[in-house]
Ligand binder design. Structure first.
Ligand SMILES: Nc1ncnc2c1ncn2[C@@H]1O[C@H](COP(=O)(O)OP(=O)(O)OP(=O)(O)O)[C@@H](O)[C@H]1O
Ligand SMILES: [Mg+2]
Length: 505
């Protein structure tokens, strides 16, 4: 094998006396992809932030091209040829896509002046090259979560890096879009770029990575060529046990309709959707980008001003023009973009967990502290949120643990209708199984649940019924057990001008 381009040895890092990394090591070779995996909070992002100069380390050494290096900030690392795609988006929402891509990049400047035409052209080429379908002159805030992820990827590509770190680059991308990224990765490998690929999606790792490094509680616990190991072994190395059932869906008794929608449209992607969700039922919505599968839940939670339709909860007509109205009508929503709609990162886990139920915890204007504490402890335990204390700010949690706080916050409201829009984005395999067991329990207790996911297996594993959306309408409906990966994908891919088979609604 070629000489290592980068070696991290015995890396240690503590935050306020608590170790995030104890003895981590990572070796990268030119033109090969190293998977970096581990449970939520294992230290993956911290290790990558140390490599790129965002955090300083307390112990250990980093050798880059055989020389010890110690980058003081991300700009220094980028100039040396090490770029990172962050797990949490690092974009300026009110700047254009092109401005975000080339922010501070001197290559787009001539005598200190930005060559706008050249910058837009180059940015558009990069976006097109990985299958993006939007204009780089759009403002980032107007883009969907998936497209924002594409911008993050392009930003790193623009740096022409020799080492490229991808911290969960596909967590917001549906599986159908991932191939574009893999195509790009193969091209980069051929050019000799060394890549670190951080992901919780093991099937992606087994497709695109050459080697694998498993971090467990801040220690490198396992190293192997991908070809010499199995998904089962990797999971066992990550969490110290095997996950027997990933989707522990129990058979629930399905009752009458809880929530009914007629002729939902959002004035853009969602054209005309009518369906109902019953007591105890988990209804999966599946579709490709632009099908309406992610947009429909947003419209139902009152997040889209232009949404139209008729809604009934327990037989009574209701209005859903704002999230406040949705909450009043006992609807809870776990969003895909936790920062925009999920949590207040600068506040504590405590505050965030009780935010949506604080009224229920009050008696005559006083918060019942004991009940409040019991609720906080219950959810930190049930979802295994890894934190130093419940007073810790959410911003200091690992990505997956932040997502668990969002899920817990809404589960605590005990809604009649729970809408989960790609809920386990960035959550590790073990925690996922636990979250799904919890969701299945809630359904058994009579809750109606709508779920979307960027992973088909999640929809197949958890739904009692699946609606496949295509161009804003329901293209097909499957009952549990009737669908598989192939049938869902083909129903999602059929275009409206093609004849469709099956029971079209
Ligand atoms: N700035 C910080 N201050 C305090 N603690 C931190 C900080 N950054 C990370 N941590 C802690 O370090 C540990 C490792 O976090 P890290 O983000 O590296 O995990 P991860 O492996 O990337 O997890 P995930 O899969 O959830 O993204 C966590 O317990 C986290 O709370
Ligand atoms: Mg992380």
């Amino acid at each position: 094998m070629s000489e290592a381009i980068l070696e991290m040895q015995h890396i240690a890092k503590a935050f306020s006396g608590i170790y995030a990394l104890k003895d981590a090591q990572l070796t990268l070779h030119k033109g090969s992809v190293m998977a970096l995996v581990g449970e939520n909070g294992a230290g993956k992002s911290t290790l990558m932030r140390i490599l790129t100069g965002i955090y300083d380390h307390d112990g250990g050494t980093v050798l880059y091209k055989g020389q010890p290096v110690h980058f003081k900030n991300a700009m220094q690392a980028r100039e040396a040829g090490i770029a990172i795609i962050h797990q949490e988006f690092n974009l300026f929402p009110n700047l254009t896509v092109a401005e975000n891509i080339f922010l501070g990049d001197k290559s787009t400047q001539v005598h200190g002046l930005v060559n706008w035409a050249a910058m837009y052209r180059r940015a558009q080429e990069l976006v097109d090259s990985i299958g993006g379908t939007f204009s780089v002159q759009e403002k980032v805030q107007a883009l969907s979560v998936q497209n924002q992820q594409v911008v993050e990827i392009v930003k790193a590509l623009a740096a022409n890096a020799e080492v490229l770190i991808m911290d969960e680059p596909t967590s917001a991308l549906p599986e159908s879009e991932v191939q574009h990224l893999f195509h790009t990765i193969r091209g980069l490998k051929a050019r000799g770029v060394a890549i670190v690929y951080v992901s919780h999606r093991l099937n992606e790792i087994f497709e695109i990575c050459d080697d694998i490094t498993v971090l467990r509680d801040g220690v490198t616990a396992f190293l192997s060529p991908v070809a010499a190991t199995s998904q089962q072994e990797v999971v066992a190395q990550m969490i110290g046990r095997e996950v027997a059932v990933l989707y522990p869906k129990q058979e629930a008794e399905i009752g009458g309709p809880v929530f009914e929608v007629e002729h939902l449209s959002d004035g853009a992607t969602v054209k005309d959707l009518s369906f109902c969700v019953r007591k105890g039922e988990i209804l999966g919505l599946y579709g490709l980008v632009g099908s309406g599968a992610t947009e429909c839940p947003e419209a139902l939670f009152g997040l889209v001003g232009s949404a139209r339709g008729t809604f009934r909860m327990d037989g009574c007509q209701i209005h859903l023009n704002s999230p406040a109205q949705a909450v009043e009508n006992h609807i809870a929503y776990v969003p895909p973009d936790r920062h925009r709609q999920g949590i207040i990162r600068q506040l504590s886990i405590r505050f965030n967990l009780t935010l949506a139920v604080i009224r229920r915890l009050c008696r005559r204007s006083f918060v019942q502290r004991r009940e409040e504490q019991a609720l906080i402890d219950e959810y930190i335990g049930k979802l295994r949120i890894k934190c130093a204390a419940d007073t810790q700010k959410v911003t200091f949690l690992s990505g997956g643990n932040q997502q668990k706080v969002v899920i817990a916050k809404w589960l605590a409201t005990k809604p009649s209708l729970l809408i989960l829009n790609d809920p386990t984005r960035g959550v590790d395999v073990g925690a996922k199984a636990e979250i799904y067991a919890l969701i299945s329990e809630l359904a058994c207790a009579g809750m109606a649940i709508i779920i979307t996911s960027s992973e088909i297996s999640e929809i197949l594993g958890m739904s009692d019924r699946i609606l496949v959306l295509n161009e804003g309408v329901v293209a097909r409906e499957f009952l549990r057990g009737q669908a598989d990966q192939k049938s869902l994908l083909s129903a999602a891919l059929v275009r409206s001008d093609e004849p469709q088979g099956g029971d079209v609604r």
